[in-house]
Design a protein around this ligand. Structure first.
Ligand code: ADP
Ligand code: MG
Length: 468
């Protein structure tokens, strides 16, 4: 029976590993030692009462359901905290003995729990705050493209609440999330009693929708976001055009602002350039300090690669790093992409890095990016052709002088850049894929049946080919 149960728990662990984030799995689930009390009751021995509290709140249902799927038994689950067990039983060696004696070789009991109590604590706090502890100020490489942003974020950290809000903007993969999370992690390291929440704009929207559907959750939602010392909202531009979200966020913002709590926001663009963002939010977002992060220069790119190699203890020729830094220019995520691919290559093949391998890896990452460039290029060419602004194409404007070029641009993104309808919609100011599909069909039909349209589009295509 016991043996059988150990197998079941091992299977359950496999499933739970899939269902939870890596850090949640390691912190809360893997560390528990199960004991079958009777045929329907399991008691989990857990590192601390704090672990139990979190586990009950977040993972109890999941654990119960997983076990039920595996065994068809509705187990009653109880917990016992290690720190609640009398001293002599909590002795490290004895503890391991007990686990071995009762459960054979099962690996769920992890005797490293005891010696890292403090570490687990801030780790747990960070995890609860939604932060990834990997992002720190220390491993954020400073260069001319991000020096001001980094210095400002650091001074906000040193003086929480004094500059409100901190607004960080810039293109994809340039380090906004890293910097914002570094601020959150450092705040918890300095003072674990500070309540920090990191959340993407997308998550905020999703939680709000859930809360609106369930009046009981509405209060919980409000409490959650208003009851903090530091609120970090990443990619806040996503709330633009969503009335309820903007309304709720406006109140959250005011409540925090008035009580001197720190708000940090990131976005792709400065507030006034976000289409569909309410004016009152534009004003609020511009009240504190706005900083931008730009594309890193060569020295910064090389320094980032060197830092990565050092962190991963990966031995690699400087020449190769120079080559990557020279060729991969547009963002840090791509730099990391190339680097990680090379690390994986070495790990899995054990072969040395040849020039060809390095070149191919760089190409494969850059080619992906060319497609993103193409939607930009299509927009630029089309806008120039019709003598309108690129931002008109992504705007909400509906006049035919704008709508027709926009439809043509969408059509070309599909035809020439081979983009999917949802991807096109996203690049054109977050439009629905059905809107893109409609535009595409309309122009395609026009192209096939109206010689004027055909000539026009063929001309644009030629220009595009020249420009790309
Ligand atoms: P963004 O949020 O602006 O899209 P991220 O913060 O996600 O960009 O950065 C992309 C990746 O590049 C992350 O893995 C991040 O750690 C890394 N990165 C960005 N800027 C730096 C930097 N200055 N130093 C070290 N790593 C960086
Ligand atoms: Mg980001």
């Amino acid at each position: 029976m016991e043996d059988n149960f150990i197998n079941i728990w091992e299977k359950a662990l496999e499933a739970l590993k899939e269902e939870t984030s890596q850090i949640a799995y390691k912190t809360y689930i893997e560390v528990m030692v199960p004991r079958l009390i009777d045929k329907n009751t399991i008691c989990f021995l857990s590192p601390s009462s704090y672990h139990i509290e979190i586990c009950k709140k977040r993972y109890l249902d999941l654990i119960q359901n997983t076990l039920k799927i595996l065994t068809s038994v509705d187990y009653k689950i109880t917990f016992e905290a290690k720190d609640a067990i009398p001293e002599n039983e909590n002795d490290d060696n004895l503890d391991v003995e007990v686990i071995k004696g009762q459960y054979g070789d099962i690996q769920v009991g992890n005797n490293s729990i005891n010696n890292t109590n403090k570490k687990i604590d801030t780790k747990v706090l960070k995890e609860n705050a939604g932060l990834n502890p990997r992002y720190t100020f220390d491993n954020f490489i400073v260069g001319s493209s991000n020096r001001f942003a980094r210095a400002t974020a650091y001074s906000v950290y040193e003086n929480l609440g004094a500059t409100n809000p901190l607004y960080i903007y810039g293109g994809v993969g340039l380090g906004k999330t890293h910097l914002m999370q570094a601020l959150g992690n450092a705040t918890i390291d300095k003072d674990p009693s500070k309540k920090v929440i990191y959340c993407t704009g997308e998550l905020f929207v999703n939680e709000l929708i859930k809360a609106m559907l369930n009046p009981n959750m509405n209060d919980t939602f409000k409490q959650k976001y208003r009851n903090v010392d530091l609120l970090l909202i990443d990619d806040v531009q996503i709330i633009a055009g969503k009335d309820k979200c903007q309304e709720e966020f406006f109140h959250t913002f005011n409540s925090l602002f008035e009580s001197g709590k720190q708000i940090v926001l990131t976005s792709e663009k400065p507030p006034k350039e976000i289409n569909g963002l309410e004016d009152r939010l534009k004003t609020r977002f511009s009240m504190g300090v706005s900083v931008d992060i730009q594309t890193p220069d060569y020295e910064t790119r090389l320094a980032i690669l060197k830092k990565k190699a050092e962190e991963e203890r990966y031995v690699i020729d400087e020449d190769i790093l120079v080559k990557i830094a020279t060729r991969v220019k547009s963002n840090v995520r791509e730099l990391e992409g190339v680097f990680n691919k090379l690390v994986a290559y070495t790990k899995f093949t054990n072969n040395p890095l040849t020039d060809a391998v390095v070149d191919n890896t760089i190409e494969s990452i850059l080619v992906k990016n060319t497609k993103i460039m193409t939607s930009k290029l299509v927009m630029q060419v089309v806008a120039k052709f019709f003598n309108i602004k690129v931002t008109d194409l992504t705007s909400d404007k509906r006049s035919s002088t704008i709508a027709f070029p926009r439809q043509i641009a969408m059509y070309l993104c599909r035809e020439v850049a081979d983009m999917s309808f949802p991807a096109i919609g996203k690049d054109f100011g977050g439009r629905d894929h059905s809107t893109v599909l409609h535009a595409y069909s309309k122009i395609k039909d026009d192209y096939d049946n109206n010689p004027d349209t055909k000539d026009l589009i063929d001309d644009i295509k030629k220009t595009l080919e020249r420009e790309s």
